[in-house]
Design a protein around this ligand. Structure first.
Ligand SMILES: [Zn+2]
Length: 194
């Protein structure tokens, strides 16, 4: 199991408009969707500000920073106004409902497998996965793209620190950068198709 890093909400300033929280929210979530963990640069489209307890039901939480989640459009749309509970908290009854991704409890119910797929580990995890459509192939695919990019960056660091005069290393560098260039061009196309 690959564990995500749990986001922490650090912003404290109050504002009359929740949209003003976009930048701090993005930073607090390390540019990642709170629900599916995909990086916003991998998806390449603006992310949404999700109201964890839906705005339509809990208007009093509109500008409450602790109720906001940085979310990709897919998770935000899938979640929409679904909320089986009658109150904002508790947010679930262990069978149905949602878990704030800033809580470590989130990982007790959902896990990212090494092949990139997201699985519910409990009935509540299965409920969340189904509601957020986390089983869709795109979540797996985008996560794998993200991992490839991360790996390429690590390889780049290693290649920069090795002997410049070694012809084998020189050839390896050439191949790496060429492959990376093609991959990045292709990446921009495929991420819009998933
Ligand atoms: Zn997402």
């Amino acid at each position: 199991m690959l564990r995500r890093s749990i986001p922490t909400r650090t912003h404290t300033d109050q504002s009359g408009n929740y949209r003003a929280y976009r930048d701090p929210l993005k930073a607090d979530f390390s540019n990642r969707c709170g629900y599916c963990d995909i990086h916003d640069e991998v998806l390449g489209v603006p992310f949404h500000i999700d109201h964890f307890a839906p705005l339509e039901r809990f208007g009093e939480l509109e500008t409450d920073y602790s109720n906001l989640v940085y979310a990709c459009p897919s998770c935000n749309r899938a979640k929409w106004n679904h909320w089986p509970m009658s109150t904002a908290r508790p947010s679930h009854d262990n069978q149905r409902g949602f878990i704030d991704p800033c809580e470590s409890e989130y990982d007790d119910h959902l896990e990212r497998r090494t092949d990139g797929s997201i699985a519910g580990k409990t009935p509540l995890g299965a409920y969340i996965s189904k509601r957020l459509k986390l089983q869709l192939r795109k979540h797996r695919f985008l996560w794998l793209l993200d991992r490839v990019m991360e790996q390429c960056e690590k390889v780049e660091v290693v290649l920069q620190s090795v002997d410049e005069d070694d012809p084998d290393i020189e050839e390896l560098k050439k191949q790496h950068y060429e492959l990376l260039r093609h991959y990045q061009a292709y990446h921009k196309i495929i991420r819009t198709k998933v």
